[in-house]
Design a binder for this molecule. Structure first.
Ligand code: NDP
Length: 400
């Protein structure tokens, strides 16, 4: 029996679990293991009557390697799909190594006390995974994830060299709250309040947060303000895609979101430095997370679409070429299908597909790899089949 253990049972995991249950030919068994077991049990109760996939649940503290090892040894999954938080990446990788089990995640490791995400910690496991004969697939969400698959696909089918990549992440959804985040608020705010950066001519250029703004007219959404951010796939794509001269990442934000964020920053609420409050140490950002709407509850109230993709410019047969690959996803359609909004959906579907690539042996090489290092074709086909169809444009408007 082919089995997958999913760690975490939040917004993204819920979508991935729905999708595994739709795909019971590959996912014959799944175990949902998370900190709060009642969430896993509730999802099992909802989904078990609808699927052939045999669902089991367990409580686990993914910060504890021994607990993870014991659980993996008892369930014996073919792959562990890590949909907890980036803080748990290394402990879960350690447990996978100890049990010789494949590993997939959607976000790179971040230490709890420094809001700095980079691949160095996980890339340091390359040799160990190679020797153990197992695969770690890093970043199998949308961005990172599909953006890397799009890049590998563009490289394989459309270019001899890609010189410029602009990744554009547009969320045209409206949840009706003055301020809420679409995925884990702590991780989201750490990401958007960090300095921006992009790579040009082999050098990283750092910007102030939200310093670089552009306006872009997104198909399916319309005109939106977008801002340059640092984003984790820039680091791996800059190395893995041939001929890169510049790579940037832009994300759209509405004025209300930015005004609230600035105010929260100004009063110290986004800080990750612990403070004493009524005799107890608290981290302001973690407290803020506790009072903000839970992203998992945004589904029923979010309307509108997302449009995420990459604009490539480079050379094919000696001629300049431009190519835009993107996906448009509708918040309400996602909600009707799996009870979640599109941000969780666009991450959870590729997470299921990444695990499927490993379980079916379509992606099969020992070591630690970013997603663009695999053959993109079966993944691209699966995106169309499992709910994230892609579109292409050979004459897109460019970002200056
Ligand atoms: P949520 O906060 O909704 O869910 C996280 C889940 O992990 C919760 O069920 C939580 O348990 C569980 N968890 C946290 N700590 C532990 C622990 N120590 N042991 C066991 N379980 C734990 O987050 P999201 O679903 O929004 O995000 C999940 C991941 O997806 C994150 O890493 C995020 O960065 C990534 N992501 C990636 C994207 C991409 O495109 N690549 C886009 C969006 C998100 P509990 O229920 O008890 O809180």
């Amino acid at each position: 029996m082919k089995k997958c253990m999913i760690i975490g049972c939040g917004g993204v995991a819920s979508v991935a679990i729905h999708k595994c249950c739709q795909n019971s030919e590959v996912f014959e068994g799944i175990m949902i293991a998370s900190r709060t077991k009642s969430k896993c049990d509730a999802l099992k109760e909802k989904l078990q009557p609808t699927t052939k996939t045999v669902i089991e649940t367990a409580q686990v503290d993914a910060d504890n390697v021994d607990e993870l090892i014991a659980l993996i040894e008892s369930y014996k999954p073919d792959v562990v799909l890590n949909l907890a938080l980036p803080y748990q990446d290394l402990t879960i990788m350690d447990a996978c190594l100890a049990t010789k089990t494949h590993y997939v995640d959607t976000a790179n490791y971040e230490p709890l006390d420094t809001a700095k995400f980079e691949y160095k910690w996980q890339w340091a496991y390359r040799e160990k995974f190679e020797k153990a004969g197992i695969t770690a697939l890093l970043g199998s969400g949308f961005d990172p994830g599909v953006t890397g698959v799009f890049s590998a696909y563009a490289m394989k089918h459309h270019f001899d060299e890609i010189n410029y990549i602009d990744i554009l992440d547009c969320n045209g959804g409206d949840h009706g709250y003055p301020f809420a985040t679409n995925f884990n608020p702590e991780i989201n705010i750490r990401e958007v309040s960090a300095k921006g950066s992009y790579m040009e001519d082999g050098k990283w250029v750092e910007t102030e947060p939200m310093e670089i703004k552009r306006v872009y007219n997104f198909k399916g959404v319309g005109e939106k303000d977008m801002y340059l951010l640092h984003h984790e796939e820039l680091e791996s794509l800059a190395l893995n895609i041939k001929g890169i001269k510049r790579i940037r990442f832009f994300m759209t934000f509405g004025q209300s979101y930015l005004t609230h964020l600035k105010c929260l920053e100004n009063v110290g609420m986004t800080s990750i430095e612990p403070i004493m409050f009524e005799g107890k140490e608290i981290v302001p950002l973690q407290f803020l997370k506790a009072v903000l709407p839970d992203p998992a509850t945004l589904g029923p109230r979010t309307v509108g679409k997302t449009n995420i993709g990459c604009i490539f410019r480079g050379k094919k047969d000696g001629k300049d070429k431009t190519y835009y690959l993107y996906n448009i996803c509708d918040h309400q359609e996602c909600y009707r299908e799996v009870g979640s909004q599109a941000i969780s959906y666009t991450t959870g579907v590729p997470a299921m597909i990444g695990a499927m690539m490993i379980m079916t042996g379509q992606w099969n090489k020992a070591g630690v790899y970013n997603i663009e290092e695999f053959d993109p074709d079966p993944f691209m086909e699966a995106l169309n089949k499992w709910g994230l169809p892609w579109e292409e444009d050979f004459e897109p408007v460019l970002v200056d």
